[in-house]
Structure formats: C-alpha cells, structure tokens
Design a protein around this ligand. Structure first.
Ligand code: XBP
Ligand code: MG
Length: 242
C-alpha cells in the first residue's frame, strides 16, 4: 500500500463520519410513517436490510411497493414521506443528538494539518447534510460537499464521487475515499478511487473486496503503521490499537 500523501480525501457521511442510520434516520422514517397515519415501523434489523437500497426516498418507495402499494402511489407517497423525514432529520441535527464517530474529528484534523484537502460525497439529502457537517466539523473544513441532491444516480453509482473529483479539479489517482459500506466502496472504486473502509455494526459483514484497507473504527486506522494515509498519530504513537 502506498504511503504517499494524498492530495484529497473524500468522505462518506452516513455510517462513516457519523453513526446516523440506526438512531438517526430510522426513527425519523418511523415518525414520518406515524405522522402520515401509516402502520409501518422499521425495527433495527429490518432497517439494516433496507440499507441495501441507498437514498431515503428510493428506500421508502421500494418498501412501499413491497407492501402492496402500486409503483405510482409508492413513488408519490415516498416523496411526501421523505420530505417530512428530511425536516425531522434537520431538527434532529439541530438538537445536537447526532455525534461524530469516535476518532473521526481527530483524523480530519490530522489530515488537514498535513495539507490534505477534505471533501464529502454522500447519498444523503443536502438539507440535513450541510447543517450536520457545519455543526460537527465547522464551517470551512470541507472544500467540496456533494450530496444526493446534487446527482441523478446514487451509490453504488460513482456519480457523487465523479462530481466531487470534478469540483476538486483532481484526477482519481490524487484522491482517496473513505466509506463504511459495500455500496459506498463500489461507488468509490467505480470512480477510480482507492478506498479505505471503516465499518460499523450494520456493515461489518459486507463484502469489501477491492478496499485499500478495512478498519473497525478510526482509532484502528490511526493506530495502523501500514495505513494507506499519512496519519499523524503514527508519529505520535497515540490512539488505541486495533
Ligand atoms: C446513505 C443513504 C441515505 C441515508 C438517508 O448512503 O443511503 O439515503 O440512509 O438519507 P451512503 P436521505 O452513506 O452510502 O451515502 O434520507 O437523506 O437519503
Ligand atoms: Mg455510508
């Protein structure tokens, strides 16, 4: 694995910078179902299976079809539910209840101090993504932020990463991606990027063939002397071992 400094690192958000799915998006989807008078509720396990479908609106539409709504009704209802869910997610972000994953801030700080450009490529909706990034990581940390609202096709399609590289003005060989899921890894690799995967409870057992490295958390990454990025903790020896 290369130890060359990387000009830019492009981060996924959901599941990577923040553990936002189980206790963030999931209860907000459920609140939207309840507010619409619908009987559906997604428990932790079922939501884990539904994460295979990226994009909240697409996830809702596929689920509604699976519950017998015809395609048109499912699409309309999904759009309405998703608008409500997005507002709820914004409120949740504003309440401060969504935290950065342990070690994420430290890694971002280290990369920034090494002169690495930081960017985001997410499938999530801009209306909650931007306030979340501002709140957790400050106003100007990310030079480029591409959200699901900015592209027509979502991960595992590479569109978000391709757009991020375009905006950065960099070839894929000068950047690297950080993801938590197989869908995200495939999107990054299809855009030509090397990709480090930092797993979470939902993604731990997915197929990460093609990843530059796979870690269970940012602490493990920062402690790895062979990590594919120039992480400062290697020099200081800080950070717990894997
Ligand atoms: C994240 C998603 C998103 C979130 C929900 O995927 O698929 O849909 O689950 O956010 P990734 P929205 O981490 O691979 O980008 O409801 O705003 O879509
Ligand atoms: Mg993700």
């Amino acid at each position: 694995m290369s130890r060359e400094p990387c000009a830019a690192v492009v981060f996924d958000v959901d599941g990577t910078l923040v553990d936002s799915e189980r206790d963030g998006h999931r209860p907000m989807f459920n609140a939207a179902f309840a507010a619409a008078g619908l009987p559906y509720r997604w428990d932790v396990e079922e939501y884990g299976r539904l994460l295979a479908i990226t994009g909240g609106r697409r996830r809702l539409a596929a689920y509604l079809e699976s519950r017998g709504h015809d395609a048109r009704e499912a699409a309309d209802l999904a759009a309405r539910l998703h608008r409500d869910k997005t507002e709820r997610m914004r409120d949740l972000v504003a309440s401060g209840e969504i935290a950065a994953r342990p070690g994420a801030r430290e890694l971002l700080r280290e990369l920034a101090s090494l002169g690495t450009t930081l960017a985001v490529a997410t499938t999530g909706t801009r209306d909650w993504v931007e306030p979340l990034l501002r709140r957790l990581f400050g106003e100007d940390l990310f030079e480029v932020v591409v959200t699901g609202s900015d592209v027509h096709t979502l991960k595992p399609d590479p569109a978000a990463y391709v757009e991020a590289l375009n905006r950065l003005g960099l070839p894929a060989s000068h950047a690297m991606a950080v993801e938590d899921s197989g869908n995200g890894l495939r999107a990054a690799v299809a855009a030509g990027l090397r990709c480090v995967v930092v797993t979470n409870d939902y993604t731990r057992h997915e197929d990460f063939t093609g990843a530059a490295a796979v870690y269970r958390g940012f602490a493990a990454w920062r402690a790895d002397p062979a990590a594919p990025l120039p992480v400062g903790s290697r020099a200081t020896g800080q950070g717990p071992s894997r």
